[in-house]
Design a binder for this molecule. Structure first.
Ligand SMILES: C[S@@+](CC[C@H](N)C(=O)[O-])C[C@H]1O[C@@H](n2cnc3c(N)ncnc32)[C@H](O)[C@@H]1O
Length: 247
C-alpha cells in the first residue's frame, strides 16, 4: 500500500520488533504516568464543577461488570483513553444513548473542559475516570468492553521515549483481554511514526485484525468519528484513522 500521511509512509508489514506478544512489561515502567496532570490555575467556577459535578459522574474503580457503573441500563460499555477536552466523548454519548461511555483523562484542566460541556446537558451515559486508563483496563473483567478509542495519544517522538507510548505489546494483551469478540479498537494519530508503530504492533498481535480494505478507509475520516480538539490543531500532519477488530 502506498501511503502519504505525514513524514513517513505507513506500511502494514509485520515487524519483528513488535512480535513479542508474551509480555513487554519492560517496555514501560509499571504505574508510571507521563505527561501533565495540571495546567493553568482553575477559575472559581471550574473548581466548583470539580467539587460538585465531578462527584456525580466520577468512576470509582471496582472489578465489577462495567455496566454497573451506569445508573440506567446500557447495552454496551465503551472506553475513551485520554479524552482531552471531552468533545469526542460527548459526541459519542449523544449519538449512542444506549451505550455507557467511560472517559479516562488524568489532565485536570481537560476534565474541567468536559465538565463545563456536561453542565449544559442531561447526558446520563458518561462516567469520568480522572487518572490513568491502564488502571481501568487492569480492573475490567474479560470481554467487558464493546469499543475502545485511543485518539491522538501523546506521540513521544524521541526514540528513547517510545517506551512511554500508550500502544505497547503488554497494553495490547490487556486490550485483547477486555474487548469482546468483534469489538472495535479505534486509533488516530497525526504522527506518522506513531501510526506506523501502532500498525506494526497491532498486526503482530494475534488477537487483532486491521479492518481497512482500501486506502480511503484509513486516510479519510470514517463516519461516526468526529474530529477532536487536538486533531484540529494539525500539529504534525495529516491524521490517519485506524480501526481494528478483536478476533
Ligand atoms: C495529545 S492529547 C489528545 C487528547 C484528545 N484525545 C484529543 O484528540 O483532543 C493526549 C491525552 O492523553 C492523555 N493521557 C496520556 N496518558 C494517558 C493515560 N495513561 N491514560 C489516560 N489518558 C492519558 C493526556 O493527558 C492527554 O490529554
Amino acid at each position: 500500500m502506498a501511503a502519504s500521511a505525514g513524514k513517513k509512509p505507513i506500511s502494514p508489514t509485520r515487524s519483528s520488533a513488535a512480535s513479542d506478544v508474551s509480555g513487554g512489561h519492560a517496555e514501560r515502567k509499571r504505574g508510571m504516568l507521563y505527561g501533565r496532570r495540571k495546567g493553568p490555575k482553575l477559575s472559581a467556577h471550574q473548581q466548583h464543577l470539580l467539587d460538585h459535578l465531578l462527584p456525580q459522574l466520577e468512576l470509582h474503580l471496582s472489578h465489577a461488570d462495567p455496566h454497573t457503573y451506569f445508573s440506567g441500563a446500557v447495552e454496551e460499555v465503551w472506553l475513551e483513553v485520554g479524552f482531552g477536552g471531552g468533545e469526542h466523548l460527548i459526541w459519542q454519548a449523544q449519538h449512542h444513548p444506549d451505550i455507557g461511555l467511560i472517559g479516562a483523562e488524568p489532565y485536570v484542566n481537560g476534565v474541567v473542559k468536559l465538565l463545563s460541556q456536561l453542565e449544559a446537558t442531561s447526558l446520563a451515559n458518561i462516567r469520568i475516570y480522572c487518572s490513568d486508563a491502564r488502571e481501568i483496563l487492569e480492573a475490567l473483567p474479560d470481554a467487558s468492553l464493546g469499543r475502545v478509542f485511543i485518539l491522538f495519544p501523546d506521540p513521544w517522538p524521541k526514540r528513547r521515549h517510545h517506551k512511554r507510548r500508550f500502544i505497547q505489546m503488554d497494553m495490547l494483551n490487556q486490550l485483547a483481554r477486555v474487548l469482546k469478540p468483534s469489538a472495535e479498537l479505534r486509533f488516530a494519530s497525526d504522527d506518522a511514526d506513531y501510526a506506523e508503530w501502532t500498525l506494526e504492533h497491532l498486526m503482530a498481535h494475534p488477537a487483532f485484525d486491521w479492518t481497512a480494505t482500501r486506502a480511503t478507509d484509513w486516510q479519510a475520516r470514517p463516519d461516526g468519528w468526529p474530529p477532536t480538539r487536538y486533531e484540529a490543531k494539525e500539529l504534525h500532519g495529516k491524521p490517519v484513522f485506524l480501526k481494528f477488530a478483536r478476533r
